[in-house]
Design a protein around this ligand. Structure first.
Ligand SMILES: [Fe+2]
Length: 166
């Protein structure tokens, strides 16, 4: 793990202090995102962006709950980048990476019109974790995935988790 990614991981664990559910969530999304990205041969910069975005994607939840008692995606979209930006600046994250991570945080609920591989893999990894944790029927999980899953690796992982035929 590169120094910057390691620092983001530590900063995010500190940010979510005491909330084991959210810490476990972003660590698992990060891990799946890395597995998918490496298997799909994304370039080094994209991998770095994706890993940081995976660690930070839900950063808007805590502040949305505090401010509005509601962590709907509209609030997260607004609040998430505002929370993440000073952390990335403090860690001297290069501006290009920072801007893309902030964009991904703001768009990680949008599964339509996805154009780039970092956005695609973030959505897939987040869904892998959420779909399993919510204990929905395998058939329903697959049906929803068919609407936006694209990478071969995400499908492999999802079907393996569900015990479905590959
Ligand atoms: Fe998430």
């Amino acid at each position: 793990m590169s120094k910057l990614i390691n620092q983001v991981a530590l900063a995010m664990v500190a940010y979510e202090r005491g909330n084991q559910r959210r810490i476990n969530h972003f660590l698992r999304v990060h891990s799946y995102a890395e597995i998918i990205a490496e298997a799909e041969n994304v370039d080094a910069d994209t991998l770095k962006i994706l890993k940081i975005a995976a660690l930070m994607h839900d950063i808007g939840i805590k502040v949305s709950l505090e401010k509005y008692n509601n962590a709907g995606w509209q609030h997260q979209q607004e609040e998430g980048p505002i929370e993440a930006e000073p952390i990335l600046r403090r860690l001297n994250c290069p501006a290009g990476i920072r801007e893309r991570v902030l964009w991904l945080i703001a768009h990680h609920h949008e599964t339509e019109g996805v154009e780039d591989i970092d956005h695609q893999i973030l959505l897939e990894a987040d869904y892998l974790v959420n779909a399993i944790d919510r204990g929905r029927a395998a058939e329903d999980v697959i049906k929803r995935a068919e609407e936006f899953y694209r990478t071969k690796t995400a499908w492999l992982l999802l079907k393996a988790l569900l015990g479905a035929e590959a």
